[in-house]
Design a protein around this ligand. Structure first.
Ligand code: PAF
Length: 283
């Protein structure tokens, strides 16, 4: 596996590969790999000839009060894990490479960036979209794989690809969970044992909503009350949002149907966690 740190070298590597008629699968990440990231790499390897993984903690998608300064990292371990997944290139640029002095452009996103995490994290999705645009331009993948845990991010990236006619296929990978249901996240490392126990409320809420929908309850107001009560039973959890939204346009639903996604964000201590899921079997 090659480790590339400069944008020019990355673009040159891509030039050479594309001349040979081969395809690239890109997995954009911020590192500190867990089994979820490795699944994205495996899926990319099925979808393209060569896999490029980017590892870049993108400062412009973090707000001033967020965890940019303490975002977990272990480059040696990440490089070893990526190499074991037969990744061709680990692209790990510095901040100065990606945002040289004078950098000032942002991709502006419309209504999809307003609800859910967009409301809590102003500017976040512009930052994500901007770095993803740069990565797509540098790596020119035929396919890019993203995790479905960042469900709003995925919806926004799909929208931008359509809006801007990018020639890349976006593939979502289902959420990878720990044995007890906690969605894998690099940020789980922040959790104390007690906080980790409380964080299970997210998966429990999803399971509760699915059961109630199976039992015939589709009224969002009722489901939301029950989820709030269930989460309140866990110590130290602050709810940021619990929304039942349309999976495509992210608008709120009053009644659950096959297109409905339950999307949630909570804070446990200083850690912000998100989770989501569809509520009908097989939806
Ligand atoms: O999902 C992430 O890890 C990040 O938002 C991404 C897509 C790598 C952009 O920085």
């Amino acid at each position: 596996m090659e480790i590339i740190r400069s944008t020019v070298e990355m673009a040159n590597w891509v030039d050479r590969l594309l001349v040979g008629g081969r395809t690239i699968g890109l997995v954009p990440t911020m590192g500190y790999f867990h089994a979820g990231h490795l699944s994205l790499m495996r899926l990319a390897a099925q979808e393209a000839d060569q896999v490029v993984v980017s590892l870049f903690v993108n400062p412009i998608q973090f707000g001033p009060q967020e965890d940019l300064g303490r975002y977990p990292h272990d480059f040696e371990r990440d490089a070893r894990l990526a190499a074991e997944e037969s990744v061709a290139v680990l692209f790990a640029p510095t901040v100065a490479e990606m945002y040289p002095a004078g950098f000032q452009s942002r991709l502006k996103i419309g209504a999809l960036a307003e609800p859910l995490c967009g409301r809590q994290r102003p500017g976040h999705f512009e930052g994500v979209a901007t770095v993803v645009a740069k990565l797509f331009n540098l790596v020119r993948p035929s396919v890019a794989v993203f995790g479905e845990k960042d469900f709003q991010q995925l919806a926004i990236i799909r929208q931008i690809v359509r809006d801007l006619n990018w020639r890349v296929r976006i593939v979502g990978h289902p959420i990878v969970r720990e044995a007890d249901g906690l969605a894998m996240s690099s940020r789980n490392v922040y959790l104390s044992p007690e906080e980790r126990e409380s964080a299970l409320c997210l998966h429990e809420a999803l399971e509760l909503a699915r059961k109630r929908v199976r039992d015939g309850c589709s009224a969002v107001r009722q489901l939301k009350d029950e989820i709030e009560q269930s989460i309140a039973g866990h110590g130290g959890v602050d709810v940021e949002y619990i929304n039942f939204v349309d999976q495509y346009n992210l608008t709120d639903k009053s009644s659950v149907d096959r297109e409905t996604v339950l999307a949630m964000a909570i804070r446990v201590g200083r850690t912000r966690l998100i989770d989501n899921g569809r509520l009908f079997e097989g939806a």
